[in-house]
Design a protein around this ligand. Structure first.
Ligand code: ADP
Ligand code: MG
Length: 256
């Protein structure tokens, strides 16, 4: 644990937007994150790839404190996430998250799904939240579905709503945990296209995915995890054509 003073401002671009230092996490006897060091710069797009069970989801969940960590330090925009309470809710809003399962509120309209966070957590006025929601739904191409319920939409459309919902909180970084792995193949590209557009607009993103096309199009860096560790990092070009570790070669041999 470090005891550096917390920077008082968050606007500085001198520090990485997301930083993990010597982060460790156990589930009982299982050591799932082992001394993870990772820095993500503002505007950077990092794709995290690795075998099932390697700790990718735990890493994402630790970054917005859906999981606690045993030791080490995680900062978002220079600030250590507080343990709980209002301060946590505020800082957590800086981290947008999109999961494999879309997790939309089933009994609320698409529009309400997107306006809820800004109104409840950020105290935004209803009219303003609606305007914001409609513009975000438009951005991901589902604004014509605003009055429907989630179940009336395809999986690809629901996942794009989930992206709009996360963006409505105006996050500084977006985390995606296998956002297309529950989708039928014909819907994968519409979600990836929305993510590529977001990356091109300069959003800082951490994306767990095995979609090589996305990595090649949008990632600045690929981080390969295995067995709770970051085994290697490289540009997508370098990683996919010339992986260095045996574990990465083995993994790529199985998925390519
Ligand atoms: P990945 O996303 O790379 O597949 P996870 O982060 O989901 O990996 O899981 C890492 C390891 O931690 C796996 O062995 C998994 O079974 C275990 N694990 C994940 N969540 C829990 C939990 N809540 N309780 C106990 N073990 C867990
Ligand atoms: Mg996972």
């Amino acid at each position: 644990m470090t005891s550096e003073p917390q920077p008082s401002t968050s606007a500085s671009s001198a520090h990485p937007l997301v930083s993990l230092k010597k982060v460790n996490k156990h589930y009982g006897p299982l050591h799932v994150l082992k001394d993870i060091d990772l820095e993500v710069a503002r505007g950077e797009v990092v794709v995290v790839i690795g075998p099932s069970g390697s700790g990718k989801s735990t890493l994402c969940r630790a970054i917005n404190r859906l999981e606690t960590i045993d030791d080490g330090e995680i900062r978002v925009d220079g600030k250590v996430l507080p343990a709980e309470g209002k301060a946590l809710a505020r800082l957590r809003a800086d981290v947008g998250m999109v999961f494999q399962s879309f997790n939309l509120f089933a009994h609320k309209s698409i529009l309400e799904n997107v306006t809820l966070g800004p109104v409840k957590v950020k105290g935004m006025k209803g009219g303003e939240a609606k305007e914001l929601a409609l513009s975000l739904l438009k951005r991901v191409g589902v604004d014509n579905q605003a009055d429907k319920l989630p179940a009336q939409l395809s999986g690809g459309q629901q996942q794009r709503v989930a992206i709009a919902r996360a963006l409505a909180m105006k996050p500084k970084v977006m985390l995606f945990d296998e956002p297309t792995s529950a989708l039928d193949p014909e819907m994968i590209n519409e979600v990836l296209d929305a993510m590529v557009a977001l990356a091109k607009e300069g959003m800082t993103m951490i994306v767990v995915t095995h979609e090589m096309g996305f990595a090649r199009k949008a990632a600045d860096r690929v981080v390969f995890m295995a067995d709770g560790q970051i085994v290697e990092q490289a540009t997508p070009e370098e990683f996919f054509t010339n992986p260095r570790s045996e574990r990465a070669k083995d993994f790529l041999g199985k998925i390519l």
